[in-house]
Design a protein around this ligand. Sequence first.
Ligand code: NAD
Length: 490
Amino acid sequence: LEDNIARAEGFIARFRADGVMNHIDGENVPALSGAQMETISPVDGAALAKVAKSGAEDIDRAAAAAKAAFPTWSKTPGAERRRILIKVAEAIEASADEIAFTECMDTGQALRFMSKAAIRGAANFRYFADQAPGAEDGEVTRTPTQMNTTSRRPIGPVGVITPWNTPFMLSTWKIAPALAAGCTVVHKPAEFSPMTAKLLVEIAEEAGLPKGVLNVVNGMGEDAGKRLTEHSDIKAIAFVGESRTGSMIMAQGAATLKRVHFELGGKNPVIVFDDADLERAVDAATFMIYSLNGERCTSSSRLLVQDTIYDEFTAKVAEVAKRIKVGHPLDPETVVGPLIHPEHEEKVLSYFDKARAEGATIAAGGEKVGDAGCFVAPTLFTHATNDMTIAQEEIFGPVLTAIPFKDEDEALTLANDVQYGLSAYLWTNDLGRAMRMTDELEAGMMWVNSENIRHLPTPFGGVKSSGIGRDGGDWSFDFYMETVNVSFPR
Ligand code: NAD
């Protein structure tokens, strides 16, 4: 651990010394007003670095840079964009340790998971790089009197607004397809985790991405973020964050008829029938809520278990939860690190009181760990009902709410009785049941007898309050591009 801390300190020394500045048109720049905010360590609350606290004028400057870079980047042949973006992927891989250690310091996420974040970020760049040469392709349709050519072109400069959970990986998931499509980008990272966005733009430019194609502006959502969503030169906003922020962005973007893509909150069920492979189901259910601190949009935060196995299954989950190592994010043994920020920790802790008041049983955890830092014990609430706050609201921590059900009908009713619909996990060995259930579950993504395993060509996104639009495969390009049709007489 000591060695890892020393390495991490080495990586972030530059941010401690110079702060995290904006990156506009290839230049490191402070906020024009000179304003700064602070990013703090979730381990002990100590200041890590000063960060540019941008206002409207900084967004204007970044949007101007993205607008100026657009004509050249959008006309750069797809094969050349592919070449550059593959170089970016390689450079990300070469910087994997720096990215992982920096992310752990800034977010509190455990190294065992963050060590893979850069690899996945590189995979995102590689995948979309390979799609770049065909991004504009469309089709020709003919009638006796007309020939129609349908094709796509990049929509223009776009805004990308990201949250603080796994910020590096998530940013690449948005930025890589935008760049591959030929768009230029203004990225506004979350105020709680600004460091790795700066690394990404530097890595990308060193690998050959032209100046102004990707710009990063730090700041608060209500200032910098809001201005980005209102800017008339920004043609679309790809947003990942809370559902209520999505509503605000939709309203803010209305005047400029902004195209929006939303990946929002979740309260995802993992449904376990008594015919399932219970050992694997316990592993997957606990992994999907206690990995990444439960600060994960697709976390399985509601455990719906058939009543015939409810006591046995929840006892096993409680056992796993109690054994999980909570500790310093850079300790290789740590599974659950500190939550991102004291404000978020307070939110998560408030649900422990709510659970008690509502009459749920705390079968594991339910308390803060230690005095310093944002450490929270992996928690299991049992004997909950679906009308409880802990069953309805996204807690976004290592906190699982277990509810019993009798049969398929009841499982479906409970699973669908929330405002969210991002993902669902189903455990059963009855194929007919799996097909009936997945037909009716209100979720954008479902996994049968599996935890969340991503395959990049498949669609990612939610229904109901969990989002609008899909990422992955060609769906990403549909968002970052306009489809146009030209008709010729025959
Ligand atoms: P958040 O909505 O508070 O903030 C996200 C980003 O939006 C930040 O950069 C913030 O500065 C910015 N923002 C805030 N107000 C804004 C405004 N008025 N205009 C423009 N920008 C604004 O979310 P968070 O707390 O950082 O992240 C956690 C949330 O993200 C959870 O709800 C989680 O489920 C969700 N999330 C969803 C997915 C998904 O794929 N569906 C993935 C990861 C996280």
